[in-house]
Write a protein that binds this ligand. Sequence first.
Ligand SMILES: [Zn+2]
Ligand SMILES: [Zn+2]
Length: 237
Amino acid sequence: MFDSRFEWPAWMQRLRLPSICHICEAWPSTALCDSCVQQFGQPIVRCPTCALPLLGSRCFPCHYEAPPLDKCLAAVTYGHPWSDCIAKFKFHGDVGFGRQLAALMRNAPWVEPALEMADSVIAMPLSASRLRERGFNQAYELAKHLAPQKADGRSLLRLEHASHQVGATRAERQEQARNTFWVDPVRIPTLQGKRIVLLDDVMTSGATLFEAARTLRKAGAAHITGLVLARAQLSQS
Ligand SMILES: [Zn+2]
Ligand SMILES: [Zn+2]
């Protein structure tokens, strides 16, 4: 059995040699094999404004409080096997894997037209210190794969992360998200009246994505589509 803790050196990953499927460990394979994408990456019906799985005709959280997004799109549900895939991409610096995760996003319903109509694809920013620590912004990597000409990692900025959100309640996340984002004043004219795709890797409660969208809206963005790789199934209470 192949030891899944083994990591190919970064220079080997960049060569795009046949590798191992990060999910089923098939070899040789692309980093995500076709049969795993078929098995785990099938689209489901989602709420058009928060991307939660839609069970009935209406989404209760959005009916209760409309999100500050015009649309919200998600490729997969956060959980097995995608949580491990995203961790590999995000924390182990497996940037080559990003290309395939971006392809998974592009193939989700309505993503291609949203990207085509967008004036810019803004990546959810990391704070300066988090960016230094991690070495890259995973959301910006995905944005560059999805829309190289429109990817924007400079307009939306983030103050220092207050604390890790793991284990935080919904109320705590909302409080942490408040006043977290700002728009570079020089870039405001590039946002006014524009259609924006706001991209992140994971959406849990939505508090962070919604707060970033409010900041862009205040700066004059006319239409905002949230686009995430993985959406948590239930918002935390
Ligand atoms: Zn596989
Ligand atoms: Zn909803």
